[in-house]
Design a protein around this ligand. Structure first.
Ligand SMILES: [Zn+2]
Length: 344
């Protein structure tokens, strides 16, 4: 746990020691330099977040936003998942890039290229801190579906081969008896992935958007009718859920989707019947993700002592909002008068 004062000092060090630089339409910061500043903070204090021998689990995140004044921009952040629940606070998300441009492949391609060499080096060699301690690094990525499919070079969710992880086609999506291991989606791949340091299994669906989707009103009503609840997500502890809970969850969501696209439950026109609201074609890419891939992600994260709740983008979105206000005030890019470097 880092004290308030410690946090303040860290921010101060970052502010004074790290040179931000602007290239074209963006402001960037070196991930390696930021890590060298942050590692002493993470390993210091009474309750260090990392100890010698640990791997740094670094989650890259992205968020695109219209920042007002008709400016589109993209922000790339990172956080250290070893910090556990603290990563859910916006000030534990560090931005390494703010780029003015639309959230599309061509824009993000430029961002990806700027970081490519540095990220590849960090993945391969890790980082050595000021005390000579070597820290291996593993990268994760999490963002909303749109940002993620762009980064992965894949098709949009409304295409035939829609999935981020497998080659399930839209027509087979409703069939919960099929199994879709995450072996990649070559058929839906249009272009090269923009962050090749992230392995396929390290793209994690973000929790916020799963929750947003589940809280859709029509769905909620249907779920209430069927007596299905997803407190599972909200109630998950910092340690995550047990293996049994995850397996039970998988079974429950699959049964739920089966029920979801069932024409009618119970005797037609009887008092207890629940009329079916949905067709097979209404089973969405999110439902596929939730049933076929989320349980796998959960099992996999659990092995590393992590949990899905750490992959919420809500803190990044909050940070994006704050950051953008600062950024457009501080540079000429947003039409401001004074040009200063951008800092978080
Ligand atoms: Zn899939």
């Amino acid at each position: 746990m880092i004290s308030h004062e410690g946090r303040y000092q860290t921010q101060y060090v970052i502010y004074t020691e790290i040179n931000n630089y602007e290239v074209g339409n963006g402001a960037y910061r070196s991930l390696s330099i930021l890590l060298k500043v942050l590692i002493p903070v993470w390993k210091g204090g009474k309750n260090p977040v990392i100890i010698s021998g640990d791997t740094l689990y670094i989650k890259l995140g992205g968020d695109g936003r219209n920042g007002g004044r008709k400016q589109n921009h993209v922000m790339i952040t990172f956080c250290l998942l070893n910090e556990k629940d603290n990563v859910l606070k916006p000030d534990h998300q560090y931005s390494i890039c703010l780029y003015i441009g639309k959230e599309k492949y061509e824009t993000l391609d430029k961002v990806g290229k700027i970081f490519a060499v540095q990220l590849a080096d960090l993945k391969e060699s890790g980082i050595i801190d000021g005390d000579g301690v070597h820290w291996p690094i593993k990268f994760y990525f999490s963002g909303d579906w749109k940002f993620t499919y762009i980064i992965m070079g894949l098709n949009a969710p409304n295409s035939e081969y829609f999935c981020l992880f497998c080659e399930c086609d839209a027509k087979s999506r409703h069939n919960m008896d099929l199994s879709w291991p995450p072996t990649g989606n070559i058929r839906g791949k249009k272009r090269v992935s923009l962050f090749p340091v992230v392995d396929l299994h390290s793209y994690i669906p973000d929790e916020l958007h799963i929750l947003l989707w589940i809280s859709d009103r029509k769905l909620k009503k249907k779920m209430n009718d069927l007596n299905i609840h997803f407190e599972f997500y909200r109630g998950g502890s910092a340690r995550g859920n047990s293996e049994e809970e995850i397996s039970k969850f998988e079974e429950d969501v699959k049964n739920w989707v089966r029920t979801f696209c069932w024409p009618t439950i119970g005797q037609m026109n009887s008092a207890t019947s629940i009329p079916g609201l949905y067709r097979k074609e209404d089973v969405t890419p999110y439902m596929h993700m939730l049933t076929m891939h989320v349980p796998y992600c959960m099992h996999q994260l659990k092995e590393k002592g992590l949990s899905l709740r750490l992959f919420s983008t809500s803190s990044i979105e909050k940070k994006n909002h704050n950051q953008v206000k600062l950024f457009f005030r501080g540079t000429t890019m947003g039409g401001g008068k004074k040009k200063t470097s951008c800092c978080l």
